[in-house]
Every structure is written in structure tokens, then in C-alpha cells.
Design a binder for this molecule. Sequence first.
Ligand code: SF4
Ligand code: SF4
Length: 145
Amino acid sequence: MINYFKEIILGLRTLAIGMRITFVRMFHHRVTLDYPHKTVTMTPRFRGHVILKVADAKPKCIVCMACQRACPSGCIKLDGEKREGAARKSLTSYTLNFTTCSLCGLCVESCAFDALEFSKKYNLTSMHKEDYQAIDLLQQAGGGK
Ligand code: SF4
Ligand code: SF4
């Protein structure tokens, strides 16, 4: 009988301790976010997958192919065409296989035209690897027209 009341008192005590911690924490600065409604701002040095940089609503890429050649994993596939009257080629496709990208940065470094950069995208999730085997960077950059 005594043990019965001891257990009740112990239970009430631990409940009170837990409630006290909860109450005190309610007035502390929050360290979590309402993900996915809110996301953190990544640090300047964070490397998400590469993206094409845009100037005057067009990708800065001039289709020199240096990034495709520099990629040790063969992640980049791009193409371009020279349109009539144009002084230089226009990008017609630029896809990235992010499933084999090691984020080494050789593509960004090899671009002499400052046309590539790392994105701040960190919350890429999928149940299917195919979703990231051919990311259309040209489309993400708003197309190449
Ligand atoms: S190296 Fe730069 S300019 Fe050349 S194809 Fe790649 S992104 Fe375009
Ligand atoms: S970061 Fe490295 S592995 Fe990824 S696409 Fe660029 S060169 Fe290829």
C-alpha cells in the first residue's frame, strides 16, 4: 500500500518537473523553424547544385562547353545553336545529373564567363532518383530565348 502511494507521488513529481521545463522553455528564443513553411537562409559558402546565372533575362552562358568538359562525373549535358544574324551561339539545353554530382566546383571554376554559380537549394527531396538525373537548368534560368 505504501509503495502504491510512493509511485503516485513520484509520478506527480516527474510530471511537475516536465511541466516546469515546458513552461520555462515557452519564454526562450526559438531555435526551430516551421519547416517547410519557413526555411533557413544558407551561409554564403553553402554549395547547392549549380545553376545558370542570368543577365538581361538571358543565361550568361555562351556555349563554350568548358564546364561539360571539366566535369569529372559527366553530369553536365548542354547544347546550343547559332541563330541567324546572331553574333554568338544561344543555349538550347542545359541539364545537370545531380545524382552523380560531387559538388566539386570544377564546372564553376572552369567557366570564364561567370555563367555558373552554386545555388542555395538544400531541401531537395524525392522518392525517385530520376527527378534529379536531368535537372533542366535552362528552364530554371527562365529559358534561353
Ligand atoms: S563554361 Fe560557362 S559559358 Fe561555357 S558552356 Fe559552361 S556555363 Fe556556358
Ligand atoms: S560540381 Fe563538379 S561534379 Fe558537379 S557538375 Fe560541377 S564539375 Fe560536375
